[in-house]
Design a protein around this ligand. Structure first.
Ligand SMILES: [Zn+2]
Length: 351
């Protein structure tokens, strides 16, 4: 992951400093973009922050909003994005602000900024998180590694030991385990492994969920604001591509029903958990469309083109993340030169 980030960052630096994005713009200019955020909170000093790519500071978010406004980009809701795409209204460029998972810090640190600036936003809620049953296994893993200078777990049937006394070794151990877990053939094996780890090292997954995620009362308060759109993000936050057809349909349908029951309005928009090509592909895009979601977003990087009107349940996003908290990058990310670079000049990546 870090290697990939380094490459992306180098790509952005090169684009920024060469001004190449300005030259490429006539060829690859998009009509809009969907921004993806997770946590928004003040920076922490800890050296070991393996999930830092999932957070930005409130100040950074405020700067991004000012910057987009200065560039004459309309900040719009997902419904308005849907309207513009389906009616082919591309007279002005637009951007949507979206948050995944439903973290409490969104309300504490992002909402005041968005409210003050009158910016519409969407939160994609995994309903088990709001129900306090969510398994935020990547945060559990972070806690185990942070608190222990050595630990062990069963990997591929063998007891495997990790020594990690300093931040560097901890990062290495985290990366190795994170990607090993993500590559496991099933969600059940992943969760059983992390459950085992949590039990051995006294980390409570339920507490983690309760601390980090908004409950239905908090979500309800946000949802009352006309600026807010609540989207679905499954019930259990699984890697959908590894689940059966029946499970995928159940996750997409159930999450909609649960949100409707809790907040009084069924969501029209959906975000695939993880959302990369290994977790959401053609089958998931088709099912989301069949179940009537107006739009669904991936984490595949990219800006929106007119052609995305034909792929409304396979939309790309631009990740605003901890690695690129420098507003110099924003015009580059939004220029779509970065998209072209990521996608090898393919405008729509919906395969
Ligand atoms: Zn998520």
């Amino acid at each position: 992951m870090s290697a990939k980030h380094t490459i992306v960052r180098l790509g952005l630096e090169t684009l920024y400093f060469s001004g190449a994005h300005m030259l490429m713009r006539p060829f690859v200019g998009g009509v809009g973009a969907i921004l993806m955020l997770h946590h928004v909170r003040p920076a922490r000093r800890d050296r070991f922050q393996p999930n830092r790519q999932l957070e930005v500071t409130p100040e950074f978010l405020a700067r991004v909003i000012r910057r987009l406004r200065r560039q004459n980009i309309d900040l719009v809701s997902l419904d308005e994005m849907y309207r513009r795409l389906t009616e082919r209204d591309f007279s002005r460029r637009f951007a949507c602000v979206t948050f995944d998972d439903g973290y409490r810090d969104n309300k504490q640190w992002a909402y005041p900024t968005l409210k003050q600036a009158g910016v519409p936003f969407a939160i994609y809620v995994a309903t088990s998180f709001a129900d306090r049953l969510g398994k935020l296994w990547w945060l559990t893993l972070e806690q185990v590694v942070a608190r222990n200078s050595r630990f062990a777990l069963m990997m591929d049937g063998r007891e495997t030991h990790f020594e990690c006394a300093d931040a560097g070794a901890k990062l290495e151990a985290f990366e190795k385990l994170y990607w090993w877990l993500r590559a496991l053939p099933s969600e059940q094996t992943l969760l059983a492994t992390v459950d085992d780890l949590a039990r051995r090292y006294g980390v409570d997954m339920a507490t983690c969920c309760a601390e980090q995620c908004m409950d239905w009362r908090e979500l309800g308060e946000l949802a009352r604001d006309p600026l807010a759109t609540i989207g679905a993000h499954t019930v259990n936050h699984p890697m959908l591509a590894k689940a059966s057809d029946v499970q995928v349909r159940a996750e997409l349908k159930m999450s909609r029903s649960v949100i409707e029951a809790a907040l009084g309005r069924a969501p029209d928009h959906f975000a695939y958990p993880y959302g990369d090509p290994t977790t959401a592909g053609q089958r998931e895009f088709r099912i989301a469309a069949e179940l009537g979601y107006k739009t669904a977003v991936t984490t595949r990087p990219g800006v929106l083109f007119a052609e995305h009107a034909d792929h409304l349940t396979a939309l790309p996003r631009i990740s605003l993340n901890g690695g690129y908290q420098d507003t110099r990058y924003i015009p580059v990310l939004m220029s779509s030169a970065a998209t072209a670079l990521w996608n090898r000049f393919k405008r729509v990546d919906a395969a």
